[in-house]
Ligand binder design. Structure first.
Ligand code: ZN
Length: 140
């Protein structure tokens, strides 16, 4: 993983075999980043996606082991229990060129992953909201 800082903008390159979430979490910890939003593209494999069911307050989860084009990665960085927490969604495509996607639980880089991250001044934390069953944002 390599990254280039340009004031509050960061260009991040992940390499084949790296774990998307742990790489980003380690970088955020190392750089003391608290709040940001990001987008990205690349190629991934061993992906786990989720679809939140508000009635059961749980995610339906599905694994996609095959290599996929990461057409669009979008999300943000906040703090959860004092640690960096990335909330990411992904649109992927496979050999049939059809799109699928969802809430991203995990992904491994299959070739490259190129991320544009915009740091935000201030702090946003995640606290459990029993009404929706999720950890939603609290802006400080
Ligand atoms: Zn989500």
């Amino acid at each position: 993983m390599r990254h280039l800082n340009d004031n509050d903008k960061v260009f991040i390159c992940l390499d084949r075999g790296e774990d998307l979430f742990s790489s980003l979490e380690n970088l955020a910890t190392q750089e003391n980043w608290q709040t940001a939003y990001l987008s990205g593209i690349g190629a991934v494999e061993d992906v786990e996606l989720g679809l939140y069911n508000p009635k059961t307050k749980a995610y339906d989860r599905k694994n996609f082991p095959q290599v996929a084009e990461l057409l669009s990665l979008a999300g943000n960085l906040t703090l959860k229990d004092g640690k960096p927490f990335f909330h990411l969604h992904a649109v992927l495509s496979g050999q049939d060129y059809r799109c699928y996607g969802g809430h991203l639980f995990s992904a491994k880089i299959a070739a490259v992953c190129e991320i544009n991250l915009q740091l935000v001044h201030g702090k946003v934390t995640r606290n459990h909201n029993a009404n929706i069953g999720l950890f939603d944002c609290k802006i400080h």
